[in-house]
Design a protein. Structure first.
Length: 257
């Protein structure tokens, strides 16, 4: 049994000693300004530290949907993500197709990741992004029970498929829109390499790059809800997400760390 998680709220009071770095950044009101959320799945990936350096340099926040097995292999990166004020979501422990496994296993995949992230970073993930964007009523019921909304996306980067900096840059700018949620991967080297250029371009277009919980409309999202609204029918989600274990065609998770 995992301890219950707090319902997702960007307004919840901070515990003493919690990520003071976030307090220094003036909060962005996405009702007043144009915001976009970049989200990174399957991590912490091998290049997460470089990505965190870039995000810090450009005063941007991201949302990381972490896989328990890689939190185990790269705890320092997970810790840094939380310390630097980024949002953390649960992307299961081993990245199975949740619709194809038993309810007990779904629960195990999610609670094991909750507990490990809490142990490593001091905080529970506050949202779920199911692997491949695939979920069913059972997943929704478990998300409700665990106090977490399900976060999908409404724009892809196809970074895992193209592995090309220019292609990733163009795809993200093509899909960028106010309050958009973009799917990317911090294990794709080209994504991390093109990020400074991409953040400059987004900021030039007037975007504030924020965590999902800061987006307009995200504050009213409740446990078990799907966000962004309508994202589940927006597109063929599976075509935007790698099929298979990403790290098996990336680098070994233990490589270098
Ligand atoms: Zn994934």
């Amino acid at each position: 049994m995992s301890a219950p998680t707090a319902a997702w709220s960007a307004d919840k009071p901070k515990a003493a000693g919690e990520a003071t770095s976030t307090a220094k950044v003036a909060s962005v009101d996405c009702a007043k300004v144009k915001c976009i959320a970049l989200t990174f799945d399957d991590g912490p990936g091998k290049y997460a530290d470089k990505l965190l350096d870039t995000l810090k340099k450009y005063k941007s926040k991201a949302t990381f949907f972490l896989e328990g097995q890689y939190v185990k292999s790269r705890p320092a990166f997970a810790k840094r993500m939380v310390a630097e004020g980024h949002d953390i979501g649960n992307h299961s422990y081993t990245h199975p197709h949740l619709r194809e496994i038993s309810e007990d296993r779904i629960r195990e995949e999610l609670t094991k990741t909750q507990d490990l992230v809490k142990k490593v970073t001091g905080k529970y993930p506050t949202t779920i992004r199911p692997p491949y964007g695939e979920f069913d009523e059972r997943v929704q019921a478990i998300a409700t029970e665990m106090g977490m909304p399900i976060i999908l996306w409404n724009g892809g980067s196809r970074d895992w498929a193209t592995r090309n900096e220019t292609a990733i840059y163009n795809e993200v700018l093509k899909n960028a829109k106010r309050d958009g949620v973009i799917l990317m991967h911090d294990w794709v080297e080209q994504t991390v390499k093109v990020m400074p250029k991409l953040l400059v371009a987004l900021q030039k277009q007037g975007y504030h790059v924020v965590a999902v919980s800061s987006l307009r409309g995200a504050k009213g999202v409740k446990a078990g809800d799907i966000y962004p609204v309508g994202s589940e029918k927006d597109q063929d989600l599976s075509s935007e997400s790698p099929t298979g274990d990403p790290e098996s065609y990336a680098e070994s998770p233990a490589d270098g760390l």
